[in-house]
Design a protein around this ligand. Structure first.
Ligand code: 5GP
Length: 210
């Protein structure tokens, strides 16, 4: 048996959720930099672009009418209202990553995670909690990108988001970004080894035991 075909397995959908400001984007970035077997699904959103962001890299920024058309065409695996804007996972993005032979990293909220679980029960769900509410607020302010009103709403929303922690397969507390990145990576590596995903094992073991 060829080594390449021996190690084929199904790509997995790896979901990271957290209240905004809990450090999820940093951890996602660090994970992508450490492991080239996983790539980000870039969502579409109607939220205005921030100065540090780039269209097509952080999100596909679209207007309301375009988002409506995409919903009508069935372009989304899931979509949800978050902070008064709409965000959605594009089927085309997920397919592109899976077809490249990599796992898919999704930075989506609890509503999207619930919908995705219906589409693919095999998804891996990781929830990241901030070490404290005070730290969460400090991180939101340190960004310096959002107005007081938006920060206030994000703090309210954080409590709602965190109430869904028990719907996830893994829950981490982000005391240190590097430590948390390492734990997320460990989860990913262990999930990749799960017997159910390693479809090649049927043939491999058949050969081993003759
Ligand atoms: P932000 O505006 O700070 O980039 O993201 C706000 C929230 O929207 C984050 O909690 C993020 O996880 C969520 N989000 C981003 N993309 C998607 C998506 O495609 N679907 C869903 N359901 N939530 C998303």
């Amino acid at each position: 048996m060829e080594v390449t075909s021996a190690f084929k397995r199904r790509g997995l959908l790896f979901v990271l959720s957290s209240p905004s400001g809990a450090g999820k984007s940093t951890i996602a970035r660090m994970l992508l930099a450490t492991d080239d077997g996983i790539a980000m699904s870039i969502s579409a959103t109607t939220r205005p672009i921030r100065p540090s962001e780039e269209d097509g890299r952080d999100y596909h920024f679209v207007d309301d009418a375009t988002f409506d058309t995409m919903v009508a065409k069935g372009d989304f695996l899931e979509w949800a209202h978050v902070f008064g804007h709409r965000y959605g996972t594009l089927k085309s993005e997920v397919l592109k990553v899976i077809e490249s032979g990599r796992d898919v990293l999704l930075d989506i909220d609890w509503q999207g995670t619930q919908q995705l679980k219906q589409v693919d029960p095999d998804i891996v769900r990781v929830f990241i909690l901030p070490p404290s509410l005070a730290e969460l607020e400090r991180r939101l302010r340190a960004r310096g990108t959002d107005s007081e009103e938006v920060i206030g709403r994000r703090m309210e929303r954080a409590a709602a988001e965190m109430s869904h922690w028990a719907e996830y397969d893994y829950v981490l507390i982000n005391n240190s970004a590097e430590k948390c990145r390492e734990l997320v990576h460990n989860i990913l590596k262990a999930e990749r080894l799960k017997a159910t995903r390693r479809v090649f094992l049927h043939d491999f073991v058949r050969e081993l035991i003759g």
